[in-house]
Design a protein around this ligand. Structure first.
Ligand SMILES: [Zn+2]
Length: 356
């Protein structure tokens, strides 16, 4: 006898979850352009530049990234970036990658996106920081999706290089660059030595989002907030203080500073910052009332889309569509894009219903 599907059982159907996840209006605040290329584009760019690809066709190259992502090693995970940086190191390639990232996000149901990258990484390959930023802004501008670019300074670089990154961000502030970030290895490279630089950026009205509380502890999240960050990349290790004697005061401070966490669950599993989506600290942080949203970090390196991330949270971490909608609303409010773009994204999300 054939079962008649009951209407209320439909949202648990895996096909429906994927379909609703694609329809969900999403706000992308945390994606690295050098970690999010299309596999086909990477292969094409490597061939154009005469660079050795680790695999000869798209399927094999995707499998190569998948193996690195699931190796449970940050070193393996990061190997892909050497490849993408080399492949992207021409103005034409940078423009193409930025345009395709915006279009991929738009076609995946994104209503507002901020992308980030460290432009100075292309200088050893002969592309100046200015040329890199201009090429990526030109690429983003070709997409109808409202977008902005966050300039990253790399923590492992010396202070002069980080200052140069920040000055580059200021030069293009108001022309597509919407914020500044400190990325790269967190452990051993704290943000506090850059306090004066970060203060100068916030005085000039350039918002900060800092990677913190991913590879290093919860106190790094508070440190970033005290240094002027409005958002935190990851911040998931903040969950470790929940229920500890000093945890309540730390969480109170995070909430009173109005910090918004850009959580990237799948990336955390791949780098070892979390063991699974089902046990990911996003649940504990959400239940503790911390403002947060979900993001991809690196679509190519982690082999996923923003919709995949949404579907995984519903399927494996027990979140409802209403929870994800509220995360999107918080993300739109926390975006560094102009007010009109934020308001338009917010209105689209407000009007959305999973049942429609
Ligand atoms: Zn990141």
């Amino acid at each position: 006898m054939k079962d008649t599907p009951h209407p209320t059982s439909r949202p648990t159907d895996p096909v429906d979850i994927d379909m609703i996840a694609r329809r969900l209006p999403k706000v992308l605040l945390h994606e690295h352009l050098d970690g999010g290329l299309r596999v086909s584009t990477l292969l094409d760019l490597l061939q154009q530049r005469g660079l050795q690809a680790p695999a000869a066709d798209e399927d094999s190259l995707a499998a190569w990234f998948d193996a690195r992502a699931h190796a449970g090693s940050l070193v393996e995970y990061l190997r892909g970036f050497a490849l993408t940086i080399a492949a992207m190191a021409t103005p034409a390639a940078l423009q193409r990658v930025a345009f395709e990232a915006a279009e991929d996000a738009r076609l995946d149901g994104c209503v507002l996106a901020e992308f980030r990258i460290a432009p100075l990484l292309f200088e050893p390959h002969g592309v100046s920081g200015e040329a890199a930023v201009e090429a990526m802004l030109a690429g983003l501008a070709r997409s109808p999706l409202p977008t902005g670019l966050i300039v990253c300074g790399m923590r492992q670089h010396d202070a002069a290089e980080i200052t140069r990154s920040a000055e580059l961000a200021l030069r293009y502030q108001g022309r597509g660059v919407v914020g500044f970030d400190l990325a790269g290895p967190e452990h051993g490279f704290p943000a506090t030595p850059h306090a004066a630089l970060l203060a100068r950026l916030t005085e000039r009205g350039l918002p900060l989002t800092l990677h913190a509380g991913e590879a290093d502890g919860a106190e790094r999240v508070l440190e970033a907030g005290r240094l002027g960050a409005r958002r935190i990349g990851h911040g998931v290790r903040l969950a470790e203080v929940i229920g500890t004697p000093k945890g309540a005061a730390m969480l109170d401070e995070v909430r009173s500073m109005g910090l918004h966490l850009e959580v990237c669950p799948t990336s955390n599993v791949h780098t070892g910052a979390a063991t699974s989506i089902a046990t990911h600290p996003i649940r504990a942080l959400w239940d503790a009332g911390v403002s947060l949203s979900f993001h991809t970090d690196n679509r190519l390196i982690s082999c996923l889309s923003h919709s995949d991330e949404a579907a995984a949270l519903v399927r494996e971490a027990g979140f409802s569509w209403e929870d994800l909608k509220r995360m999107g609303q918080a993300a739109a409010d926390a975006s560094f894009l102009p007010g009109a773009d934020r308001a338009a994204a917010r209105a689209t999300i407000d009007a959305w219903s999973a049942a429609a």
